[in-house]
Design a binder for this molecule. Sequence first.
Ligand SMILES: *[C@@H]1O[C@H](CO)[C@@H](O)[C@H](O)[C@H]1NC(C)=O
Length: 208
Amino acid sequence: MLRFIVALCLLAVSWAQDCEVANIQVMQNFNKTRYTGTWYAVGKKDPEGLFLLDNIVANFEIKEDGSMTATARGRVIIFNHWEVCADMFATFEETPDPAKFRMKYWGASAMLQTGDDDHWVIATDYDNYAIQYSCRRRNEWDGTCEDSYSFIFSRHITGLRPEDQAMVVHKKREICLLGKYRQVSHTLGKCEALTPIDSINGGEFAGL
Ligand SMILES: *[C@@H]1O[C@H](CO)[C@@H](O)[C@H](O)[C@H]1NC(C)=O
């Protein structure tokens, strides 16, 4: 029995070490220029709280001063029942690791979230897939992530190519999020058909 408990403890310790945020491997020699352009979120692992639901498209750019910025649009439900398309903006601050950024983000509307998150590129081939990861809060006792989110991005609105799926599954396992993702649907024209959030900013929400 004691041996069994010791084995369980060792298992727990090794699991915790593998899943420590500090040990997560990110993309080697990340080239942000090649990362620019349009990415469709095809899978996501949600954080706690409000988050983009589906029809999520991100656009990364490099500004003249060399810094990276992004815009993103996606469907979101606010106040429990209002379905809107959220336009989000982000700027990225570089860190000593070229694949690890600090992202400052805000919504086009004050109803949307504002914040500051890590933005790590775990792996990408630049032309087909990218895996993004963000840990918002770490467990102090073992360094694992308590509140994370992650996007699986594809250059193709139709999803990942079959030949990229094994790599993506492998990386999901490495960042300890295998089985935690949901597919992100892209209903063509869905966001365009909805009321843009700016136009419902004033009067209609006054009574809520
Ligand atoms: C990054 O990619 C761009 C575009 O392919 C290329 O011109 C540039 O040399 C690359 N930078 C590095 C540091 O490899």
